[in-house]
Design a protein around this ligand. Structure first.
Ligand code: ACO
Length: 424
């Protein structure tokens, strides 16, 4: 029997169905609320609003659990390769050996971008932020593959669009870095796997034999998996809303990239390193910065701390912290910002302000230190996040389309002027 919630308004009683998810999460279905009662719900920032049912990712912010299609993030990071996690997120199951070989072959053979796209790169000044370049270039894929404009075409057509996007994003990302550096670009190397090829396109020079460092490759593989999906976050929700108007996958993902860019979302990894550098320059006094973060008259926030959903340790931060130690040790790097980060974390976790508000380090707190250790420049950090998040955006877009979800269009509570005459 369906459970219901009762809503009392002006002496009338309305029954609202209660739905239960596969992990026991409960939701009150208000989809007919306005038609039945004339009321809408108000939930600024969607803090309590479920915008969809989904089978992709489960997370329990109170317990610090993150699972993709039932697999824990810890298991995935330890045992899987990023590209097979991408396949699993998008298509629901891990591929068998033959399917995976075919998938890898297809992705590898779509990594090249159209030579005319080079002209678009050339048009950007070297001051262009790589996130802006990335989102522009992803949108411009619609010009090179106009058949992608109508996402209601055959499933094979959609698959090809997905494969092209997965294949070309690392090339576009690496080229946006080369553009910023004023270096000639590296064309993809089909002998290399997905992660190694990206490293080659970033750091290889045509005149030298580039050897991929396995420690760096493993760290990057792990980081990409850690970022692969995170249910209805700001950028995934953006991808779904944009896609719900039947905009193409490229346009929808480009919108997701822009949503990720902000410092309250994916841009936090860049902001964390900048914050740690500032603290270092200012003498390394972490208590001073904790006091600033707590002061309501000071706009400063501890970047990389707090999360809309996690009210416990972000499980991704736990994995990254360990990986950070391993990478720095095996590369023989001593990074004073890591020491500051650890001191800051230790002090914050003991501080009443942070304890009461359940503010813990999030995925971005340590990731920047690893990126920097493997040679990724600060402005590229959020681009790395985008590369990792791509399979999640695609999976969310595909699920939204396959479920035939209606166009995303929230309501509002109008609080402006009532009708008035224009006196002229
Ligand atoms: N430093 C200091 N205080 C904080 C911080 C922080 N990093 N985060 C939250 N708080 C405080 C708020 O001031 C608020 O205090 P109050 O109740 O006294 O007013 C309380 O904790 C709740 O915070 P909200 O801003 O209401 O929480 P919300 O869920 O809206 O925001 C967010 C979450 C944006 C992540 C926030 O914690 C933040 O700004 N963190 C820093 C930026 C960051 O690291 N972003 C990356 C998030 S992970 C990701 O997107 C990949």
């Amino acid at each position: 029997m369906t459970k219901t919630a009762e809503l009392h308004i002006d002496g009338n009683v309305y029954e609202l169905p209660i739905l239960e998810g596969s992990e026991g999460e409960k939701a009150i279905d208000i989809s007919k609320l306005r038609a039945q009662t004339g009321h809408i719900t108000l939930d600024v920032g969607f803090k309590n609003t479920g915008s969809t049912k989904s089978s992709i990712t489960f997370l329990d912010g109170e317990k610090g659990i993150l699972r993709h299609r039932g697999y824990t993030i810890e298991d995935l990071c330890e045992k899987a390769d990023f590209l097979e996690v991408a396949y699993m997120l998008i298509y629901g199951e891990f591929p068998d050996a033959e399917t995976y070989e075919k998938f890898k072959y297809t992705i590898t053979h779509h990594t090249l971008v159209h030579e005319d796209m080079r002209k678009i790169f050339d048009g950007f000044p070297s001051t262009a932020h790589p996130m802006g370049v990335l989102s522009s270039l992803v949108t411009s894929l619609t010009a090179f593959y106009p058949e992608s404009l109508d996402p209601t075409t055959s499933p094979e057509g959609v698959d090809l669009t997905i494969e092209r996007l997965l294949a070309k994003l690392p090339t576009i990302a690496a080229w946006s870095y080369k553009n910023e550096m004023g270096h000639p670009v590296n064309y993809p190397n089909n002998q290399l796997d997905y992660v190694s090829n990206f490293l080659y396109m970033m750091f290889g020079f045509r005149t030298e034999n580039y050897e991929v460092n396995p420690v760096v490759r493993d760290a990057l593989n792990k980081l990409l998996i850690l970022h692969a999906d995170h249910e209805q976050n700001c950028s995934a929700a953006t991808v779904r809303v944009v896609g719900s108007s039947q905009a193409s996958l490229y346009a929808s993902v480009s919108a997701g990239i822009n949503a990720l860019w902000g410092r309250l979302h994916g841009g936090a990894n860049q902001a964390v390193i900048e914050m740690l550098e500032n603290i270092k320059k200012d003498g390394g006094d972490v208590e001073k910065y904790l006091a600033k973060a707590k002061d309501k008259d000071d706009p400063f926030r501890l970047m990389g701390f707090g999360h809309r959903v996690y009210k416990n340790f972000d499980p991704r931060a736990r994995i990254i912290k360990k990986s950070c130690d391993d990478v720095l040790e095996s590369l023989g790097i001593k990074d004073p910002t890591l020491e500051i980060a650890k001191k800051l974390e230790e002090a914050a976790l003991k501080d009443d302000y942070f304890v009461e508000r359940k503010l813990f380090p999030n995925v971005d707190f340590y990731s920047g230190i690893i990126y920097r250790a493997i040679g990724i420049p600060t402005e590229m950090f959020t681009v790395m996040f985008a590369m990792g998040r791509l399979p999640g955006w695609i999976a969310q877009w595909k699920e939204m389309r396959e479920e035939g979800q209606p166009i995303g269009r929230p309501r509002q509570l109008y609080v402006g002027e009532n009708e008035r005459k224009l006196e002229k």
